[in-house]
Write a protein that binds this ligand. Structure first.
Ligand code: PGA
Length: 261
């Protein structure tokens, strides 16, 4: 099992800042990397090619885009398409983050269209889902998230490269509250039961930091972390990668011990 640990920079970093982050990451990876961990970085569209170039062709780090349109080209002012982000060096597209659903009109339907476009061009789709505080208070978190995922992967062929990121809206960003493992386990267990066998990984995101990462990686069903603020400084991201590599290493030891001889 591989733990996916990545960061979206949201609307942060100039190209120079992006290059400096990516260069540090490249050097850290060259020092042995993070066995059992798949790192990924999702810069703003302006810095995708900068990050790709600074990491170099041999880098194990996956580079993603924060969004892409469902059409390949056309009169869609302000948008970028999947072929365009692929041309810039992205091999993954983040789709349906709660900030896009709230402020930019992403819906279950357009999320599905973007997933289809991403997969059609051979990129990996990272689908973000999560309930608001109101939905959770009403006791509907699990049902809400399951229906978001069902819509996102509607008519998606089996075997497609899809990652899920469960990110409760109430846990994300400056105003977010750190969740307890129990709070998120109810949803991640249900996602794992329904989709664990078909998705590449199930990530948790929302107020992840080096203090809670280890516990969050032990949440039932969770096989990765998707991080904002704590990973915008490269040292924070490197801390998280080290923690994940340690978790992967210990999990490997445990499963080796339980293999029958
Ligand atoms: P945060 O953001 O880690 O800053 O809470 C998470 C996200 O939006 O994916």
């Amino acid at each position: 099992m591989v733990l996916w640990v990545g960061t979206s920079w949201k609307m942060n970093k100039t190209r120079a800042e992006a290059a400096s982050f990516a260069t540090r990451l490249r050097d850290a990876a060259a020092g042995g990397g993070w066995p059992g961990v798949q790192p990924f970085v999702v810069p703003p569209a302006t810095a995708i090619s900068v990050v790709r170039d600074a990491l170099g062709p041999e880098s194990p780090v996956v580079v993603g885009a924060q969004n892409a349109h469902w059409e390949d080209a056309g009169a869609w002012t302000g948008e970028v398409s999947v072929p365009q982000v692929a041309d810039a060096g992205a091999t993954l597209v983040e789709i349906g983050h709660s900030e896009r659903r709230e402020h930019f009109g992403d819906t279950d339907r357009t999320v599905n269209q973007k997933v289809q476009a991403t997969l059609r061009h051979g990129l990996t789709a990272l689908v973000c889902v999560g309930e608001s505080a109101e939905v959770r208070a009403a006791g509907d978190a699990r049902q809400h998230v399951l229906s978001q995922v069902a819509a996102a992967v509607d008519r998606v062929p089996a075997g497609s490269r899809v990652l899920l990121a469960y990110e409760p809206v109430w846990a994300i960003g400056e105003k977010g509250r750190e969740p307890t493992v129990d709070e998120i386990a109810e949803v991640t267990r249900a996602l794992d039961a329904e989709y664990g066998a078909v998705v590449t990984a199930l990530l948790y995101g929302g107020s992840v930091n080096p203090g809670n990462a280890r516990d969050l990686l032990h949440t039932p069903g969770v096989t990765g972390l998707f991080v904002g603020r704590s990973a915008w400084d490269v040292n924070g991201y490197l801390d998280l990668l080290r923690i994940a590599a340690d978790v992967a290493h210990k999990a490997g030891q445990v499963s080796a011990m339980t293999v029958p001889h």
